[in-house]
Write a protein that binds this ligand. Structure first.
Ligand SMILES: Cc1ncc(COP(=O)(O)O)c(C=O)c1O
Length: 454
């Protein structure tokens, strides 16, 4: 029977998150304290995160139960659908079977509430009153605003200035859910003031906004910090996507040969592929290919070294072993705001270093071209971030056409682009610029990598 979309019943929604850590072929490098150079302890992290999330960050349990209250909220839009992209396949005239797992049906329009709701829940449970965070394109900020609203927490969002200006409707979305949103760098923090003193026209970056949000949390007793990507607990919460997708692929009588997704900090894609990579690691599907798509303007995995670096510009965070373009790197203002991050999740970085996943970088114009092809076949207008995944999937499907192989491709379609229509407008009117990889600037930024004893 022809399967166009696969739904799961609410009762089939996974009730635990999958933790890849015990299944890794080699252990993750430790997170280091920048002052001592020693591995961080839970006490080091306690001023900015609630203890339950710190425990999850270092957990070696294979599964972590999803609290009932979080499951209840997930069920407002989960399980999300798995679609078969018949019309895209036909347009490409490919023998490949293309599936996509669509996270754009959540209220804020992306995968981000999977962790936002969980983080708001654990903070509320530990008596926190207010959360501070950063946001790029505004997807994460809006997701956390909604998560905080559900649990009665205040929320302050530092939004990368370039996105704040490009996407005013995201701010309004955050304010509608009761959050306060300011452009970053802002004058609300010392970190922001210092950056503005050096460059009053700074377009901002995720690294800068993180510095502001961490400082906010560290200087307010009732406030903790919340991060929308990169960290182990965030990837853990996103594994609801991949676990659902596994059940749905099974229902469709298929298993992916190739999984593609976009990576900013790595959370939506890791959340999708981690449950599958277990089969690759354990030898059940050794030839599974997992391809990370990133912008040519911010080529972390494809051009950055694997090194210890700060997660933010001001150097307030612990040191993470990751692919990085240097914490002072300010990426060009491409529309995929959520992919403008200098670093990468330590788990994703580790898997890349071990050769278990691949990476590819794509240009801004080419990803919008792919997004329009998707919109004109499947109807959905993807987020600019997700267009990177669509571009790689289309290229792989065209390679199948050449080779005559009917491979199964799974796309992690992380969100919709309804708040990014200005960017689509630029593309459609031929005004969208492409950005060259700023080699010299990256070189400068890499010179500022922290020194860590071997
Ligand atoms: C729709 C969408 N996809 C992807 C990303 C990138 O984040 P991550 O790599 O953590 O999934 C973002 C970040 O804002 C986003 O909004």
């Amino acid at each position: 029977m022809k399967v166009t979309k696969v739904a799961l019943e609410e009762r089939e929604m996974p009730t635990s998150w999958y933790n890849v850590v015990p299944d890794l072929p080699e252990p993750l490098p430790p997170v280091l304290h920048p002052g001592t150079g020693k591995p961080v302890t839970p006490d080091d992290l306690a001023p900015i995160f609630p203890m339950e999330l710190i425990k999850q960050e270092v957990s070696t349990e294979p599964h972590v139960e999803i609290p009932e209250e979080v499951q209840e909220i997930y069920k407002m839009w989960r399980p999300t659908l798995l679609h078969r992209a018949y019309r895209l396949e036909k347009e490409l005239d490919t023998p490949a079977k293309i599936f996509y797992k669509y996270e754009g049906g959540s209220p804020p329009g992306s995968h981000k509430p999977n962790t936002a709701v969980a983080q708001a829940y654990y903070n509320k449970k530990e008596g926190v009153k207010r959360l501070a965070t950063e946001t790029g394109a505004g997807q994460w900020g809006s997701a956390l605003s909604m998560g905080c609203m559900f649990f009665g927490l205040e929320c302050k969002v530092y939004m990368v200035r370039i996105s704040y200006e490009q996407k005013p409707y995201r701010r309004i979305l955050m304010e509608s859910w009761g959050a306060k949103c300011v452009p970053s760098p802002s004058k609300d923090t010392k970190a922001g003031e210092n950056i503005l003193a050096q460059d009053p026209d700074s377009p901002g970056s995720l690294g800068m906004a993180i510095s502001e949000a961490v400082e906010d949390a560290a200087t307010h007793d009732d406030t903790k910090y919340s991060l929308g990507s990169v960290l182990n607990h965030v990837l853990l919460h996103q594994t609801i996507i991949g676990q659902e997708a596994m059940k749905q692929m099974e229902k469709a009588g298929a298993y992916p040969d190739i999984i593609v997704g976009c990576v900013g900090g790595g959370s939506n894609f890791a959340g999708t592929f981690l449950p599958f990579i277990k089969d690759k690691i354990k030898g059940k599907k050794p030839d599974l290919r997992i391809i990370c798509a990133e912008p040519k303007a911010c080529p972390t995995l494809t051009k950055g070294p694997y090194a210890y670096d700060f997660g933010d510009v001001a150097g307030l965070t612990p040191l993470l072993k990751m692919y990085t373009l240097g914490h002072t790197f300010v990426p060009p203002p491409v529309h995929a705001g959520g992919l403008r991050y200098h670093g990468m999740a330590p788990i994703v970085s580790h898997l890349h270093k071990l050769g278990l996943i691949e990476a590819r970088s794509e240009s801004q114009v080419s990803i919008f071209e792919a997004g329009i092809t998707f919109a004109r076949t499947e109807g959905i207008i993807p987020a600019p971030e997700a267009n990177h995944a669509v571009k790689v999937a289309i290229d792989e499907a065209l390679a199948c056409k050449k080779s005559g192989q009917g491979k199964t491709i799974l796309i992690a379609l992380s969100g919709h682009g309804h708040f990014d229509l200005g960017a689509y407008d630029e593309y459609l009117s031929g005004k969208l610029p492409d950005y060259e990889y700023p080699k010299e600037k990256v070189k400068e930024a890499l010179a500022a990598l922290p020194k860590v004893a071997k």
